[in-house]
Design a binder for this molecule. Structure first.
Ligand code: GLA
Length: 754
């Protein structure tokens, strides 16, 4: 085993495959029946020719056996790589294929076919991890064959050199003579040897997305899923399986994330022998994919990570993977612009001059990008009309978009624009011309959401039309950024462009159409930054990040709620992906009033921006905004590329804290938030993490602090902690005579190594 290389060690004699990079080992073999059996996944172990002692072959009463006369070989006891129903395995299968005779049984076996590829091949039409140089990863493809149908299944595994992460996907080719229908295709199956895990899912709703919830695994199936054809606000397509004693800084954890934006199924099934089967893939509800002879189906990709250093280690693995192997294009390494968005400032009530006023005030505060949100197009005067007509609204922008873009550019700012490409209002020219382009099931009433319908993105003609409209507009003015919104979910999924036998494909083809449009836009306009959005964070997933390097985290811009949302989001997604804005007070979603400093101190741990009418702020507040923007620009690179550590969770606590440490560990930024005051409270210290114990750090603070200006070793700051209980949290003005700060106060500490 070589450290820090993505090695795939094959032992032909034992038909064993060992994927390792010095941090993790993933081992499986093909047994005597040609079945792929998982042997180990976890921290790296030295290679050996034969790990098969890790499979137990024993007689278990009532099990169903495959080999005549043999009562010990039963698939029910096997930890399989890609299980099917039949042959004695009664757990959920990874594959179901309906054949001409009505059966869905297959019996995939390995016949010696595999190949090792330097680097990582692209997955046609789908988001997937990638490498810039072939030495960053190694890929294994294993071929399985079902002889009666002629189906070939290729399991693809990529191990990365620098991360404890494995990417997996499945490719199925119909090599037989008759069409078949894929009814269920999981992208990843992982059978773990016991059930001693907790499962953490990230759940919520509009305005309170991705709060972590943890429960011990129990017998049977525990599942998270979406049937909205979007990852959705409710459950995010990722989960953590951790040993019960695992904390942020220690213990074992396995993370699973699906790089897909449609209907998903992520579940763990604990079986009768205490094996935990984890699966993730396209939800099989309503799914079927007709595969004619010679055709191939490519599944989306899933990511699997292992950490022996607690949840933080797991987050760092996913964050690095997103930054290095998912986000791409010129904005992968560029600093993201600080933006101002007009939505909460004006809603639908704006004209060109009002927008330019907002942009000018923002420019004076150092803001770099002006984003024009909903309402600029078609006959969009409220949310009942206009979606689908992507040309300037003559009532609001009589001079067109180019004029506004030029005036914004002349201020020295970039210009950005909101779209909801997948949506259409019945009151639109597009709908009047093509009512059959909106998704509906024949003879049934379509439902609306926010007065809108979704276009059938499974139909290439629809995607072509929207591409033509958007690219004409993007070519007509200097537009650097688009906000890609999506404000309702698919409800009566049907593809009017295809016949009955292809209807099970409608949802997945829709998502492929979304990816296709994103890819075409990025190819035509490679400098564009696309920020994802779906009524806030309703489509925050690894799949979208392949196209949109940042995603609006939530429509909830209240700083205190945002702590909870961004804290949960950070388990899988790095700060540079989280759209986060400072908004007005009282907040429009919660009516809560948090200090301007706190609103900025939370948004700084994301892609920083503002979403309010700066013209309504006092001069003192504008000065403060100016200082905040300058502060953020100074530390933006560290915030977006450093290592993030969660220190105190905001759920049910009166405090919250997190920090970022630069890659060289010379600078650290600590966000220290007081949710509710504790009068006459304790003397507290905040134990920091990720610093260099041997370095000495000078402490600066954006608010008042008794330790500002003093120096401490990394060892002191991590083992004793940063004294954070002095009453001066926030601005001195916030401190009452008893020495108590206000609710919702906060401050940022910057630690710089001498
Ligand atoms: C969604 C988005 C908001 C805003 C509105 C505009 O709700 O999440 O940020 O763009 O649409 O209609």
């Amino acid at each position: 085993m070589t450290d820090n290389t993505a090695a795939i060690i094959v032992h032909e004699h034992t038909r064993q495959f060992h994927l390792t990079n010095g941090r993790i080992s993933y081992v499986f073999h093909a047994d005597g029946q040609g079945k792929l059996i998982n042997l180990y996944f976890g921290a790296a172990v030295p290679d050996r020719e034969d790990f098969s002692y890790l499979t137990e072959v024993t007689h278990s009463p009532t099990t169903t056996c495959r080999i005549p006369g043999n009562l010990t070989y039963t698939l029910e006891r096997m930890r399989q790589e890609f299980p099917e129903y039949g042959g004695g395995d009664y757990r959920r299968p990874a594959l179901e294929v309906r054949q001409g005779n009505g059966s869905t049984l297959t019996d995939l076996t390995y016949a010696g076919g595999y190949r090792i590829i330097a680097g990582k091949p692209r997955l046609a039409g789908l988001p997937a991890t990638y490498v810039e140089h072939d030495d960053e990863a190694t890929t294994l493809e294993i071929e399985l064959i079902d002889r009666p149908t002629g189906l070939t299944v290729i399991l693809q595994y990529t191990i990365f050199r620098d991360q404890p992460v494995i990417a997996r996907s499945v490719r199925i080719t119909n090599g037989g003579g008759e069409p078949v229908s894929l009814e269920r295709v999981m992208s990843l199956n992982l059978d773990l040897p016991d059930r001693n895990y907790t499962m953490t899912e990230f759940a919520g709703a509009w305005a309170r997305e991705r709060h972590p919830h943890t429960q011990p695994l129990h017998y049977g199936v525990q599942q998270i899923e979406s049937l909205r054809n979007a990852s959705g606000h409710f459950l995010n397509p990722c989960a953590v399986f951790a040993r019960p004693a695992t904390t942020e800084s220690q213990g074992e954890a396995i993370g699973v994330a699906f790089e897909y934006s449609g209907n998903f199924d992520l579940h763990a099934e604990v079986d009768t022998f205490d094996v935990t089967r984890v699966q993730v893939g396209i939800n099989d509800f309503g799914f079927s994919w007709r595969l004619a002879p010679g055709e191939t189906f490519q599944s989306p990709e899933a990511l699997l990570a292992f950490s022996a250093e607690g949840l933080t280690g797991l987050s760092h693995a996913f964050h690095r993977t997103v930054l290095e192997h998912i986000v791409r294009g010129p904005w992968k390494r560029r600093e993201r612009p600080v933006l101002i968005n007009n939505w909460e400032a004006t809603y639908f009530d704006f004209n060109e001059d009002r927008l330019v006023d907002i942009a000018r005030t923002a420019r004076n505060a150092g803001i770099e990008l002006f984003v024009l949100d909903d309402g600029w197009f078609g006959a969009r005067n409220d949310d009942t009309a206009g979606l689908g007509d992507w040309r300037p609204n003559p009532r609001r922008l009589p001079n067109g978009l180019a004029s506004l873009a030029r005036r914004v550019n002349d201020l020295g700012m970039r210009f950005g624009l909101w779209f909801e490409p997948e949506a259409v209002n019945a009151d639109s020219d597009l709908y009047r011309a093509h009512p059959d382009w909106a998704i509906r099931t024949p003879h049934r009433k379509p439902s609306h959401g926010r007065n809108e319908y979704l276009l059938n993105f499974a139909d290439a003609a629809v995607v072509d039309n929207i591409f033509e409209q958007m690219s004409a507009l993007l070519g007509s003015a200097n537009i650097s950024y688009i906000k890609w919104d999506m404000n309702r979910f698919v409800s009566e999924g049907y593809d009017l462009s295809r016949d009955a036998e292809h209807q099970g494909e409608a949802y997945h083809r829709y998502i492929l159409g979304v990816y296709d449009l994103l890819e075409r836009l990025l190819t035509a306009f490679p400098e564009l930054i696309i920020e994802g959005c779906a009524s806030g964070g309703g489509r925050f997933d690894m799949g979208m990040l392949f196209y949109t390097p940042q995603i609006w985290c939530s429509d909830d811009s209240d700083a205190i709620e945002r702590l909870k949302i961004q804290y949960g989001t950070s388990m899988f997604y790095p700060l540079s992906t989280m759209g986060a804005h400072v908004s007005i007070t009282p907040n429009h979603q919660t009516m809560r009033s948090a200090p301007l400093a706190t609103r900025a101190n939370v948004a700084a741990f994301g892609t920083f921006g503002y979403e309010l009418d700066l013209g309504r702020l006092s001069d003192a507040e504008l000065d403060e905004v100016h200082r905040q923007v300058a502060w953020f620009k100074r530390y933006r690179e560290i915030l977006h590329t450093g290592d993030f550590h969660r220190l105190i969770a905001p759920y049910g606590n009166e405090k919250a804290a997190w920090m970022v440490v630069s890659r060289d560990r010379h600078t650290a930024i600590v966000g220290d938030y007081r949710l509710l005051i504790t009068p006459n409270g304790a003397f507290t210290r905040l134990a920091l993490r990720g610093l260099d114990a041997g370095l000495t750090y000078k402490v600066d603070c954006t608010g008042a602090s008794s330790i500002a200006g003093r120096s401490f070793t990394g060892a002191e700051l991590m083992r004793i902690g940063l004294v954070d209980s002095d009453a001066s949290c926030g601005q001195m003005d916030d401190v009452n005579p008893l020495g108590v700060t206000t609710d919702f106060s906060s401050r940022l500490f910057v630690l710089t190594a001498d």
